[in-house]
Design a protein around this ligand. Sequence first.
Ligand code: DGJ
Length: 717
Amino acid sequence: MAQKLFHLSRDGVSLLIETTKGTPNVIHWGRELPAIDDPPQYLIAVTEPTPHGLFDESHRAGVWRENARAFLGQPALQGHRSGRAFSPKFELVSATRPSAHELLFVSRDDHAGLEVSLSYELTESGLIKIRSSVTNLGAPADQTDAGQATEDFTLNGLMAFLPLPDHATDILDFHGRWMRERQAQRTKISVGKHVRESHEGRSGHDYTIVQFATTDNASFQNGEVWGLSLAWSGNNVHTVEREMVGRTQIGAGELLLPGEVILAVGETYDAPTVIATYSNQGIDGASDRLHRFQRARAAHPTNIRPRPVSLNVWEAVYMNHDLAKLTALAEVAGRIGVERFVLDDGWFGARRDDTAGLGDWVVSAEVWPNGLKPLIDVVQANGMEFGLWFEAEMVNPNSDLYRAHPEWIMQADGRTPVEARWQQVLDLTHPGAYDHVLGQVDAILSEYDIAYIKWDHNRPITDAGHFDRAAVRAQTQAIYRLFDELKRRHPGLEIESCASGGGRIDLGMIDHADRFWASDNNDALERQQIYRNTSIAIAPELLGTHIGPTKAHSSGRTHSISFRAATAMWGHAGIEWDVTEASELELAQLAGFISFYKANRDLLHSGRVVRVDAIDENAWSHGVVAQDGSRAIFAYVQLRTAKQILPNAMRFAGLEAGATYRVTQVEPAGAPGKMQKFDSATWIHGVEVSGAWLMSAGLRTPILQPEQAMIFEAVRV
Ligand code: DGJ
């Protein structure tokens, strides 16, 4: 190991790690550096002074943050062996480069009997995938009390951290709740720890998906941002911490419950992958890296087929399933161009309302006397594929399953957990429960021609015990395994991850599901914010976005189709409305929207997403620009009335500055309501100006009524 400095660089990002003190120590993560031909100079550059009042020489604890290396905070690995091995000190045993863009460091503490590894892989899109693990080697008996060599190691946590430069001043992360997921919150970095944790047993409505540290007031287009995401759908923790010595780090990891991971000798814990994204082009730059990373996966849905326009019947009929009504709905849906028809909750067991039936995944003979085939036939005859809802990690006490197997729920110490939506969580780590779910779901998928399932998870997990031992991790692995097995048995099957809306959206689930339901809130105004922030981390084509009813069920607000369509257009679009009640004009508008969407979804689902920085928070614009800059679609959204009579100019972003673009307004689903005397903003009928002009001066925005939006196409001429 003569080499002491390791450099990964790609796509504008560098990661620099030195190992002079016998442990890997990240000295730079950020802006790409030129090739390093004189490593000692960089080591000189990072040498810190030795202050009074601290240690006698300068220490950088490195990636493991051991207290034994003079780190005065939480070590990356925490745990113990019956109280011992609580303070390991890892010595590097190998540093290798498994590939041109990957580094692997293995370290060991022989006395503690632990081996740890960390690998950093810099992907083509400039993201770093960090994988860490710990193995219980068993402590050598001659170095310890008798018996320790064979003892289990109780792991309390294993997090990955990266250093932030001193000029990172702000934290941006996202919090939320049912109906209002992913609200942005900014705080200043100060001494101490800013921690976001989820104990819900799923990533959660409040899950940030990505936590950023940024330079002062970084915006969508400007500033530097450093973000971490966890590829995990269970309990999680994200932190930004400034130590009292002044160093700042960002970290993420799985949140382990007490005793959840106890490693026998020879066993290894592999932490969920942490994904690190850096950008010096603001939040949009980081977002673009995350999207490109998702799109580079072979199984990314748009690498397989275009995203079909969906109609979900939930808000149209709720649990009132009736073949005649659903047939009428399917006929209208087919007529306006819908490609997938989804039957939601209520088709199985005794599920006539939400107090019963979960657990019994058998078609209800009461509601569907001839099974689902008559409906599927109608759906297919109208040119659509069929999708079906499940929530099979759950059980209602009022179900045949619970009556037969009350012992199959997650619980601790013999208590029955509190109910939520009248349901308990099925313990999928119990082989009987897992086989029951797999068997029943598989039987439905085998009997019927089903292209897609929407998989719900409507309650947080409390008392997440398997035979009284914490099991969120095992439950999370079980649902991944179940999804993968269903897909293996039913090639082409798509799965949507839903959890009362956006309660399980994360970078772990992207490898097992194909779509996320972002929120139960179909109110277009509210959905603007939910979409804007969720799409920072998740590629738009993975986010379900539906045109809801005229009067939103969630809020009672009324919106035009034009505004609802201009809001639903940006994700994996669909409809969630009883379109049998729509007028002919409304149906024509929906059909117009669907045909525009179909014609443009290749761009919408492959381009660079931009959210334009604006100073009037009452309006915003955002768009998608083709990767080659040749065309773009933008929305100008009037959320509330503008501050002044004349709204600020609408600016664009992400265009080629030197190219000329022809910009025209399009009205795929009718005209937005305006508050001006006539079409004075003549450019909306077409104007040709440079990208530089559009991105700096912009165009004079028409005066829209609040809760209205306009759509623009820009084509390079
Ligand atoms: C919550 C989901 O988010 C809704 O879309 C719907 O599927 C209901 N559950 C059904 O119970």
